[in-house]
Design a protein around this ligand. Structure first.
Ligand SMILES: [Zn+2]
Length: 239
């Protein structure tokens, strides 16, 4: 049978563990919310990237159209000049310019066609990225709302658990509490059974003095609570 002090210590330890578990869960919530927000930002980022790609390609298309317009003007000018020259070599030189300009226009038109295909593709990507966000946003927002609710209820539970922890301290004497707090700051659980001659915390064999103290009243030879001689946890005999 456990002594009354050990029974109270085990209650305290139990409430301490519950209090700490709730605090750890509460502490994890902001990180969970941040991850969902990051997901939303990533999906919005994909939309922005696709939108910028469309814009960039449309600018490129306009520049090509300007180039084509300028080349066509040049071509018209060469043709007019060619119809007016008398000398054969001048006529041929202009003919050469006309061919070069026509080739340049052809190349620009080829590029323009490629840009137009790329615009279609970029618009498809933009629509797909928008669809992804549209499909997920309600789920993301619901998850954030759920996490915020969870934080509120966890905060209330943690507060209640803290009050229970404080309540479990009052029937214990100050030196016992100091001993518990000192051990609990390093090692949880702070209060462990001896089983098969081994400490339930560090699993090392305890000395025969500690074991017999724990078997007796749970006190060592000096009348203190028995502690593991390896890890310092409070130990008690458990059948
Ligand atoms: Zn130990």
């Amino acid at each position: 049978m456990l002594t009354p002090v050990l029974e109270k210590l085990l209650v305290l330890q139990d409430r301490d563990a519950r209090r700490q578990a709730l605090e750890a869960q509460l502490k994890a919530v902001p990180g969970d919310i941040a991850r969902v927000e990051q997901q939303i930002a990533t999906e919005k980022g994909a939309i922005d990237t696709a939108r910028n790609e469309v814009k960039g390609l449309e600018t490129k298309k306009k520049l090509l159209e300007t180039e084509i317009g300028a080349a066509e003007e040049k071509l018209a000018k060469y043709r007019t000049q060619q119809s007016q020259v008398r000398k054969n070599d001048e006529y041929q030189a202009l003919g050469h310019e006309i061919e070069t300009t026509q080739a340049a226009i052809g190349a620009f038109e080829g590029q323009e066609l490629e840009v137009m295909y790329a615009i279609d593709e970029a618009k498809r990507k933009f629509a797909a990225a928008e669809a992804v966000l549209k499909e997920n946003i309600a789920g993301h927002e619901a998850r954030i709302a759920m996490l915020k609710e969870r934080a509120t209820s966890l905060a209330a539970e943690a507060q209640a658990a803290q009050a229970e922890f404080v309540g479990a301290r009052s029937p214990l004497e100050e030196p016992v509490l100091r001993l518990y707090d000192r051990i609990a700051a390093r090692n949880l659980p702070a209060c462990v059974p001896i089983r098969g001659g081994k400490c339930g915390g560090c699993h090392l064999k305890v000395s025969s003095e500690v074991e017999s103290a724990a078997r007796g009243k749970g006190l060592d030879y000096a009348g203190q609570l028995a502690t593991c001689d390896q890890c310092g946890r409070l130990v008690y005999w458990d059948f």
